[in-house]
Design a protein around this ligand. Structure first.
Ligand SMILES: Cc1cc2nc3c(=O)[nH]c(=O)nc-3n(C[C@H](O)[C@H](O)[C@H](O)COP(=O)(O)OP(=O)(O)OC[C@H]3O[C@@H](n4cnc5c(N)ncnc54)[C@H](O)[C@@H]3O)c2cc1C
Length: 386
């Protein structure tokens, strides 16, 4: 299989959409709780603001690619890319609807029953339903097919037992999609017998234990299931086909602007801080390098969206954008430290200082979440060999 990043430009209509989002943000970016320094990018603890999610939805910018009959807007991956890129660059608080919009609605649309589409997609498109991701477990991360959370048959549904971990936002979101085993492994084939279940995060028997980030902020959770009842109507797609569905879901997670914009706010703010002053050569070189990289990654990532809209499946390209994008997110922080003289201080009066301090503490996670760099290289190399 070949890998292609065909250069593509925005059409006049796409530029107009970009301008519309910028105008909206200039008027509607929430103030108050949403201190830009805290919520600048998803990797740094995406701000959640249900009112803001609803406002975006009213503009038609949540569930954009969902069909109109389910409350969506029949738009495409490129339009979603343009909206999301602007929101992330501005540090908008998109955390509440983020996972629902990026992947859950698409999974339900592709694999769900008509009833599930009617129940879940319209509220997602209204910005009223926050989903988390229930994949990782204490002993299963990269080797996800080894999950041991188990659903056993009960009258009218399933009883779920086991533990998920690193479940971002489980303490604030409403539901999550849980990858679990619904039948025992046969002949050592761990990819069979897995299913995806829609689970209410407020179910009886479900326990959420917060795990603070390195900087002390909340976000991660351990989620323990003690005989949690999940009705049959909440099984997504075909029983036992969860692995293939989950692989499709992971493809939605990769290649988008959230994989290279996590440190954008720091760079922008640093440049703003130095505006009108003459930069030392070293600083000019690093900021020039960062700008060129942002531009290159934007182009590669935009190409992935364009390929999706022309019916292609750019999973290798998406894996590479994430591999390169997340490594860049970390490199850029280290290179900024080469010329920032003051020690980064989370309590500083200066916004760029606070952003930098937070980014340094959360930066190690950039190349882990959504699949580690090693796993992405493996995805890309296997895909190219196929
Ligand atoms: C900020 C953040 C948010 C997250 N949110 C969620 C969430 O909402 N829901 C969820 O389900 N999970 C979430 N995760 C978990 C994440 O998906 C896992 O941490 C990730 O997949 C790695 O799994 P692991 O932590 O078990 O590490 P391991 O799989 O144990 O990996 C440890 C190291 O070994 C390497 N390695 C493992 N296997 C191979 C291999 N075959 N070849 C080469 N190297 C290998 C890895 O690259 C890594 O460096 C989140 C993680 C982070 C950091």
């Amino acid at each position: 299989m070949a890998m292609r990043f065909t250069p593509t430009e925005m059409t006049p209509a796409e530029r107009a959409l970009q301008a519309e989002v910028r105008e909206f943000l200039a008027a509607e970016m929430p103030t108050g709780d949403n201190t830009p320094g805290n919520d600048r990018a998803l990797g740094m603890g995406a701000g959640k603001n249900k009112e803001f999610s609803k406002k975006l939805a009213e503009r038609g910018w949540v569930g954009m690619a969902m069909p109109k009959r389910y409350g969506g807007h029949d738009r495409n991956a490129v339009d979603r890319f343009i909206v999301v890129e602007e929101l992330l660059r501005a540090g908008a608080p998109v955390g509440y609807h983020w996972v629902s919009d990026r992947q859950t609605a698409s999974v339900i649309l592709k694999f769900g029953t008509d009833d599930q589409k009617e129940r879940f997609i319209p509220p997602i498109c209204r910005g009223e339903l926050g989903f988390s991701i229930g994949m990782s477990e204490p002993d299963s991360g990269s080797d996800l097919a080894s999950v041991s959370t188990r659903a056993t048959r009960a009258e009218g549904g399933w009883l779920l037992n086991g533990t998920k971990i690193w479940t971002s936002g489980a303490h604030e979101n409403d539901w999550f999609v849980v990858l679990c085993r619904t039948s025992p492994m046969e002949d050592g084939n761990k990819h069979q017998g897995l299913s995806q279940l829609l689970v209410d995060l407020n179910s009886e028997g479900l326990e959420k234990n917060g795990i603070p980030f390195l900087d002390g902020s909340p976000g991660f959770n351990e989620v323990v299931f003690n005989d949690v009842f999940v009705p049959d109507e909440n099984v997504v797609g075909e029983l036992g086909m969860g692995w293939a569905q989950n692989t499709t879901e992971m493809a939605y997670e990769r290649g988008g602007p959230d994989r290279w914009l996590s440190a954008y706010g720091v760079v922008e703010e640093l440049m703003r801080h130095h505006a009108g002053t003459s930069l030392e050569d070293r600083a000019a070189e690093v900021l020039g390098w960062a700008t060129a990289r942002f531009f290159g990654l934007h182009n590669m990532s935009f190409t992935v969206a364009r390929m999706i809209d022309t019916g292609q499946a750019p999973s290798i390209e998406a894996a590479l954008v994430k591999e390169m994008g997340t490594r860049f997110e970390q490199d850029v922080l280290l290179r900024l430290l080469e010329f920032v003289e003051e020690e980064p201080d989370p309590g500083s009066m200066l916004l760029y200082q606070r952003l930098l301090a937070k980014a340094i503490l959360t930066g190690p996670s950039f190349t882990i979440r959504g699949g580690t760099v090693e796993v992405l290289r493996s995805v890309a190399s296997k895909g190219l060999r196929a």
